[in-house]
Design a protein around this ligand. Sequence first.
Ligand code: DOR
Ligand code: ZN
Length: 349
Amino acid sequence: MKTLTILKPDDWHLHLREGPVLKNIIPFTSEYFGRAIVMPNTKIPITSIDSAISYKKTIVEALPGSSKFEPLMTMYLTDEADKRELISGFKNNVFFAAKLYPANATTNSSYGVKKIENLYEIFELMQDSGMPLLIHGEVTDTEVDVFDREEVFIDRELSPIAKRFPKLKIVLEHITTSYAVDFVQENNIGATITPHHLHINRNAMFFGGLNSDFYCLPVAKREKHRLALRKAATSGKECFFLGTDSAPHLRKWKAFCGCAGIFNSPVALESYLTVFEEENALDNFEKFSSLNGPKFYNVPPNKERIKLVSKPNKIVDFIDVFEQENIVGQIKPLHAGETLKWQVDGIVN
Ligand code: DOR
Ligand code: ZN
């Protein structure tokens, strides 16, 4: 049996939601991750210091008793974003970063930014104060093919931002193309890579009929892009780090409206490890999961370690969501019904 002991990882891109979903899913992350950057796209987005403080309180209250997990909060940028609120929230350690959603790019992004240049003054202040800018990198122009939206965003929006603000700490989130892999390396920015984009290509969405289980945004692309992402993630390069983009939607809603998002937090580490093993890169796993992110964000790595073992790990078909004693829904995890080869054994001190 192979084992791997690494510093406790962090999840640099996570959706925790609210209410019963939050309470039911948070242990999957808090058990084995030290910190997570929490996305602000709640039903009413997190656009102020007060709402971030109150959301963080709800998250901390939902944690299992002895958890030391730290949620890192983000401010959702809008066309009306208040620069004083943003910078004061960052300087007072309420916000860890700001998140840019182009309007209507994804789940709960209708309050997002319509004209990105209008935020240039804010980017200048963020650059000066060292506040990271996290970007959902897709254009929403309906004339642009869904599969080209990341690449077009890089050319139209990201490239001018990176040129104009060379010291701004930018993370291109959940990258899906070889174009993004190249851009990140050439422009001194960071990128998160999800487990699902390392496992599936766009065919998955059409497997056995129209299959919303594999619908997320940005959508998975062609096989050549998946292969480029696997190479990037397993390379050990400092600009690539773990961000699951775990995005739970109750099955009834996913089936009904095909909401974008894949729930992977119950299997994230095992899922990534499968890829690192297949790519003969287990030696680089700790860099991707536990070292590159802290280095990019200038925070110390976690101190505890976790042990991972290679033994068969059957993934459940559904996770039940309870409200008090009642099941209010189910969420399908990534790899549902599959048997993965790795398992987390626990924390080692
Ligand atoms: O697939 C996604 N789901 N992509 C996102 O950008 C948002 C997320 C969600 O919140 O559901
Ligand atoms: Zn996300």
